[in-house]
Design a protein around this ligand. Structure first.
Ligand code: GDP
Ligand code: MG
Length: 221
């Protein structure tokens, strides 16, 4: 049988990190498969997913690494932080501790792997935005700005801003590469925006392709 040959404009490695139970696997499943289940299996070590998205007419293959949020897996996960093009830090908007752990554990773990590599583009995601927030969002916004990170309030359950997370990250990675080619010494300059609940990017259906969304690529995991 002849194998299908697909060429891509870009291939990006994206990893999701954050505490156990914040919804990393649910976000990926929602994005890749358009599904949500309440009884998710706990991720052991690292899972690997593939998807495709179209951003500004470019065909992009995204390799998504889902890591276990337990510290005992951090040493396994650390290998996968290396050479990531994008890192999605996930916290649970109903669990303040999961945000303070982004600050005190996950950011340090990722930055420790970055030596010698161009900086990965980072995004901060507050998941479970379908529930009442317990996290102080003023503090979260300040942290995101300080780290030049886009902040997205999302819900894997209600499919809010899930596609937005990946398409906007891919676009930022492309913009960063273009900027670096033009000016190799230049630093990253991200528009610091905040995608809140009920924003224009809110999505409510599974196959939301508008605005450069997924180009019909399902997960090939
Ligand atoms: N209410 C709500 N629950 C969610 C959401 N995302 C995930 N969950 C639930 O949170 C639990 C942990 O999710 P999981 O994806 O396994 O988290 P992970 O450990 O970070 O991969 C599961 O019971 C999910 O069904 C969400 O957006 N809203
Ligand atoms: Mg998981």
């Amino acid at each position: 049988m002849a194998s299908e040959s697909v060429s891509y404009d870009h291939i990006f490695k994206i990893i999701l990190v954050g505490d156990n139970g914040v919804g990393k696997s649910s976000i990926i499943r929602r994005f890749c498969e358009g599904t949500y289940t309440h009884d998710m299996d706990t991720t052991i070590g690292v899972d690997f997913y593939l998807s495709e998205i179209d951003v500004s007419g470019k065909k992009i293959k995204v390799k998504i690494w889902d890591t276990a949020g337990s510290e005992k897996y951090m040493s396994i996960s650390a290998v996968y932080y290396r050479k990531a093009d994008g890192v999605i830090f996930v916290f649970d908007m109903t669990r303040p501790r999961s945000f303070t752990n982004v600050v005190s554990v996950w950011m340090n773990a990722v930055e420790a792997q970055e030596s010698g590599c161009p900086e990965a583009i980072k995004v901060l995601v507050g998941n479970k935005a379908d529930l009442s927030p317990e996290v102080d969002m003023t503090q979260v916004k300040r942290y995101a700005e300080l780290h030049d990170m886009r902040l997205v309030e999302a819900s894997a359950k209600s499919n809010m801003n899930i596609t937005e997370i990946f398409t906007s990250l891919a676009k930022e990675i492309i913009d960063e590469r273009v900027a670096r080619e033009k000016d190799p010494a230049g630093g990253k300059k991200t528009d610091s925006f905040y995608v809140a609940r009920g924003s224009a990017n809110k999505k409510s259906s599974n196959n939301n392709n508008e605005g450069g969304g997924r180009g019909g690529g399902g997960c090939k995991c």
